[in-house]
Design a protein around this ligand. Sequence first.
Ligand code: ATP
Ligand code: ZN
Length: 283
Amino acid sequence: MKLRIAIQKSGRLYDESISLLKECGIDLRNVKDRLKTESDNFPLEVFFLRDDDIPQYVEDGVADVGIVGENVLYEKCKEVEVLEKLGFGKCRLSLAINKNEDYVANFLQGKRIATSYPVLLQKYLEEQKITAEIHEISGSVEIAPGIGLAEVICDLVSSGSTLFMNGLKEVETILESQAVVIKNRELNSEQLALVNKLLFRVRAVKKAKKNKYILLNAPNDQLAKIFGLLPGMKSPTVLPLAEEGWSSVHSVLSEDEFWEKIEQLKAAGAQGILVVPIEKMII
Ligand code: ATP
Ligand code: ZN
């Protein structure tokens, strides 16, 4: 039996979905221009689909799991389970208006809003008790104000450069989104075992990306101070240097506190600090 995973055929999620599988040690046969492919070293079959169709395929059990943006997932309202956030494909679904207009209280009331996300937009308007006209269009939403179709748009934004180029400004965020792994609700125990095997690898890859391996030299009389700064996986590794009175200390640092820790380590007498990426991290 093989686990079937649905990923985007081409577009913004494609490259990172393929790299993630690769980093999980899953080699894929011949991915170019195919509807599906398989792996020779993991019981996995990969379906390449439009991202909009992925939640449905996973709900129906045509695919067991899928990688899709939360924006698409929550717009489609399908009965699937979210297993893991992946940290890529980050964007937000936002409202934007003409950059010269003031975004005053109640601005949205009675306005026409163009979007490809009518469900999420409707939900937001109801929550905010706003009545507005939703104009659903399937692409190039950012041109709607320019051609007089709507006063407001509700669209995906990452850097904001598309809005800027179209003379628009972002005024509200409706949803923060990133790519997630979803799963069909009724998998059998054999399929679940494979999902867990895959997820175990995904988590190890994610964790490794968030951490760095650090090596440094320090005088022995400073070690206690330095250990206090370094949690490591259990505790730091310490090796004596050839030079009397010095040690080499190895540990793992999380990216969030990285620069701060480096400064503190230097202040505590650490020298020759090396930082190297970690490929997989299993704890
Ligand atoms: P498909 O042909 O698969 O339907 P698409 O044109 O709908 O492709 P893409 O533009 O490739 O989709 O975007 C896929 C996903 O990437 C989005 O649904 C979203 O989750 C994510 N994404 C990240 N940043 C952005 C962005 N700036 N604009 C649009 N989508 C983004
Ligand atoms: Zn799409």
